[in-house]
Write a protein that binds this ligand. Structure first.
Ligand SMILES: Nc1ncnc2c1ncn2[C@@H]1O[C@H](COP(=O)(O)OP(=O)(O)OP(=O)(O)O)[C@@H](O)[C@H]1O
Length: 303
């Protein structure tokens, strides 16, 4: 369990994280989403004591990270996969970490197998691909068999098989009752992996809910209508809160009316409908809608 209360981090005049309060619960996968610079990494660094909060506090399993006597058994974190001594082999890197906690060689072998690193375990980390580095970072995070696992962008650099592997691994870890907190930019990936999401924008929480609620909560439902009398129907549907986009073939994309309202209105006016389809927004659309005002580095549309 991770509990943050009124957590803020300022770097000089820059507020990276602004008074956030949240709980990451055991037994579910919680995704941490947000545009670049939203404050995800800063928050994760504060959770594991690598950054000191300017105000507020964060605890893991009831205590600040640094107050745990054997932190690797409490929290396993992958924060920067490149933060490894590149001259060491993967196995020696894990053995060195294990030695700090009296963790035996057999557990090192176990995490090497679990992360599919057997064939490269005796190779120097300096020559690793990004994907291998990610696997090694995950192996290190799991070394102490921790109750809480924090992974910053774990699928970054992984091939499709690796992405699937991470998804299955985190779901498995949650099913064992662990607290799993992972950040990602890949909304589609999160939709298939996380049960719950916390969305950060400009250092503030803009959503903290089950993933299905986030999708349905922010998206105004769109209805696709096709009719040989599209123009007449569009006139009838027009209202201040209603947006209608017309396209070829008598198709209207209507936002602001339920499909039942559109169907009833068409029937009452003797207008035939050839199609009436309610469209649900994807997680990607929901995310873009949520973070539209919170994107720090917006890419202007090319004219
Ligand atoms: N050491 C630092 N000194 C000054 N500013 C910092 C420092 N670390 C982070 N920031 C700023 O704080 C903000 C939040 O950064 P952070 O890396 O936490 O965001 P993020 O959501 O993890 O983004 P990304 O997805 O790009 O990694 C950014 O504006 C960043 O420039």
């Amino acid at each position: 369990m991770i509990t943050a209360t009124g957590l803020s981090k300022r770097y000089g005049a820059k507020t990276a994280v602004n008074d956030i309060t949240f709980t990451v619960r055991p037994g579910v996968v919680t995704g941490f989403l947000g545009p670049n610079g939203a404050g995800k990494s800063t928050t994760m660094r504060m959770i594991v004591g690598l950054d000191r909060p300017t105000t507020g506090a964060v605890t893991v399993n009831g205590k600040p990270y640094a107050a745990h006597r054997a932190p690797l058994h409490e929290v396993g974190a992958l924060l920067d996969a490149k933060a490894v001594h590149t001259g060491r082999t993967a196995e020696n890197h894990l053995l060195a970490m294990a030695a700090t906690h009296g963790i035996g060689r057999s557990r090192v072998r176990e995490v090497i197998e679990l992360t599919g690193l057997e064939s490269v375990a005796r190779k120097r980390v300096g020559g690793f691909s990004l994907g291998m580095g990610q696997r090694l970072g995950i192996a290190a995070a799991l070394l102490g068999d921790p109750a809480t696992v924090i992974l910053d962008e774990p699928v970054n650099g992984l091939d499709p098989e690796g992405v699937l592997w991470v998804r299955q691994l985190v779901r498995h870890l949650a099913s064992e009752g662990r607290t799993v907190f992972l950040s990602s930019h890949l909304m589609s990936e999160m939709a298939q992996t996380a049960d719950h999401v916390i969305v950060l924008g400009r250092g503030e929480i803009i959503a903290d809910a089950p993933i299905a609620d986030v999708i349905s909560g922010v998206s105004r439902k769109r209805v696709r209508v096709r009719s040989p009398h599209a123009s007449r129907l569009a006139d009838l549907l027009a209202a201040p809160e209603v947006a209608i986009v017309r396209s070829e073939g008598g198709v209207l994309e209507v936002t602001g009316h339920e499909s039942s309202v559109i169907g009833d209105l068409a029937a009452a006016n003797g207008i035939a409908l050839h199609e009436l389809t309610a469209q649900t927004a994807s997680l990607e659309e929901a995310y873009l809608a949520l973070t539209a005002d919170a994107v720090e580095y917006r890419t202007e549309a090319v004219r």
